[in-house]
Write a protein that binds this ligand. Structure first.
Ligand code: T4K
Length: 373
C-alpha cells in the first residue's frame, strides 16, 4: 500500500517567493548586510507596534538572546527555572556559569508552579526564569510578587509566546525581560532569529552593546559581548512574515478547533483547555495520552510514525534527565512528579498554517483508531 504523504509536527509558513524579491533587491542596492541595517531597524519598530511592547532588540537566535538577557541583568549564582522546556532554557544558564534550580510545574498550564518557588530560594538566588510553555501564559502576577518580596529578577523565556495576550495586553510586558525565538519552527519566523523585550531605553542600549561584542562606539568596548546580531536577510524576511502572521494564526486557530472537536470523547486522550481570557497563538497542540488509552504515549508516537505522521514529544526527556543537569539536587525525579508525568504523557500533534483539513482528519483518525484497543 502506498504510504500517505508525511505530516511533520510543524512546517514554516513561507510567503510566495516573489514577495521576497523586492526585499532582496533592496539589500543588494543598500549593500548593508548586517550590523543594525535599515531592515533590522524597521523590523524592531514594526515588532514593537505589532506586539504592543516598548523596546525590542533583535538577535540571531533565541538561545543567544537568553544568554544575553542573563548578562544584561548581571544575573549570577542560582536561577529558579522549569525542567519542562527545550534544553536551551537552562543551557543559557550554564553558559553564564549560573546554577539552574529546578522547580516542578503546574499540570494545567505546564508552567513553573509559583506555589513551589519560595521553597527553592536560597541566599544565592538572583532570578527566576520561567517559560510560557506552548505559549500558555505563566501566572505572572504570583511570580512577580515572589520576585518583589525577595528582590529577584524575572526573565521570561517567551520563545513560544509570540503575540500572546491576556486582558492586560501583551504577555511579553511582564517580568524584567522576555525572550522570543523566531526559529523556523515558530509561529513567526525569520529562518533563525530571536529577540529580547525590555521596558527602558537604557536596558535596550546595554543589550544592543552585548549583542555586538560590547562595542559602544568605534573604539570603546565596555563588556565581553558576543556576536548575536540579526542579519538584514533575516530582518527583511521578518518584515514580510509580519504581513502574513495574523492570517497564519487564524488558520492555526481553525486547526486547533478541528482537533478539539475531533478528539473529544476519545478515551484516554486529554486535550488541555485553552486558557480563559488569553488571546492564544496556537503554536503547539499538546495532548495527554493517559493510562486509559490502550497504547502508551510512546507506542502511539511510534504508530503515528508508521502512518507517516511525525508528532513530537515536546518536552521529553525533561531537561533534568540530561547528563549535565542530572546530578543537581533539584533535578531529582521525586521532586518533579508533575513535570515527569507531563513528559511521559504529552504528544504535540502537527499544527501549522499549511496543514490541510484532510490531514488534520488523518491525524484525528489515527488517534481514534488505536483508541479502539
Ligand atoms: N526556549 C524554548 C522554550 C524553546 O522552545 C526554544 C527553541 C528556545 C528557547 C531556543 O530558541 P532558538 O535558539 O531555537 O531560536 C525545535 C527548534 O529547533 C527549536 O527552535 C525549538 N525551541 C524546539 C522546541 O523545536 P527540533 O529539534 O524539534 O527541530 P526539528 O529540526 O526536528 O524540526 C521539527 C520539524 O519541523 C521537522 O520534523 C520538520 C519541520 N521543519 C523544521 C525546520 C528546521 C521544517 O519543515 N523546516 C525547517 O526548516 O527543535
Amino acid at each position: 500500500m502506498k504510504k500517505a504523504q508525511p505530516i511533520f509536527v510543524t512546517q514554516p509558513s513561507l510567503p510566495p517567493l516573489e514577495e521576497f524579491m523586492p526585499y532582496l533587491e533592496q539589500i543588494w542596492e543598500n549593500k548593508i548586510l548586517t550590523n543594525g541595517g535599515p531592515f533590522h531597524q524597521q523590523l524592531e519598530q514594526a515588532l514593537c507596534d505589532y506586539l504592543g511592547v516598548q523596546h525590542i532588540a533583535l538577535f540571531s537566535n533565541g538561545t543567544l538572546a537568553l544568554l544575553t538577557a542573563l548578562q544584561a541583568l548581571r544575573v549570577t549564582g542560582e536561577v529558579i527555572t522549569t525542567p519542562y522546556s527545550f534544553v536551551a532554557t537552562s543551557h543559557a544558564m550554564l553558559w553564564n556559569s549560573i546554577r539552574p534550580v529546578f522547580v516542578d510545574i503546574d499540570p494545567h498550564s505546564f508552567n513553573l508552579d509559583p506555589a513551589q518557588i519560595e521553597a527553592a530560594i536560597t541566599p544565592q538566588t538572583t532570578a527566576i526564569l520561567p517559560v510560557h510553555c506552548y505559549g500558555r501564559p505563566c501566572d505572572v502576577e504570583a511570580i512577580q510578587k515572589i520576585a518583589d518580596n525577595y528582590n529577584l529578577k524575572v526573565i521570561y523565556d517567551a520563545a513560544h509566546a509570540f503575540g500572546v495576550q491576556d486582558q492586560r495586553g501583551s504577555i511579553l510586558n511582564f517580568g524584567d525581560l522576555s525572550v522570543l525565538s523566531f526559529h523556523a519552527t515558530k509561529v513567526f519566523n525569520t529562518f533563525e532569529g530571536g529577540a529580547i523585550i525590555c521596558k527602558d531605553a537604557k536596558t535596550k542600549t546595554r543589550i544592543d552593546q552585548l549583542k555586538n561584542f560590547g562595542f559602544v562606539n568605534e573604539t570603546t568596548v565596555v563588556a565581553p559581548g558576543i556576536n548575536a546580531k540579526m542579519s538584514e536577510l533575516n530582518a527583511a524576511f521578518g518584515l514580510l512574515q509580519l504581513k502574513h502572521v495574523d492570517q497564519a494564526i487564524a488558520r492555526r486557530q481553525e486547526i486547533d478547533q478541528a482537533y478539539r472537536s475531533g478528539l473529544a470523547g476519545i478515551r484516554g486522550i486529554t486535550v488541555p483547555d485553552n486558557m480563559p481570557g488569553v488571546v492564544a497563538n496556537y503554536s503547539y497542540f499538546p495532548i495527554l495520552v493517559g493510562p486509559e488509552y490502550p497504547l502508551s504515549r510512546d507506542a502511539l508516537y511510534e504508530k503515528l510514525k508508521e502512518q507517516n505522521i511525525f508528532a513530537r514529544r515536546y518536552f521529553y526527556p525533561l531537561i533534568t534527565d540530561f547528563p549535565m543537569y542530572r546530578g543537581l539536587p533539584s533535578a531529582k525525579k521525586s521532586l518533579l512528579p508533575r513535570a515527569d508525568q507531563a513528559a511521559a504523557e504529552v504528544i504535540c500533534l502537527p499544527i501549522y498554517p499549511a496543514l490541510s483539513a484532510d490531514d488534520v482528519q488523518r491525524v484525528i483518525a489515527a488517534c481514534a483508531e488505536y483508541a479502539q484497543g
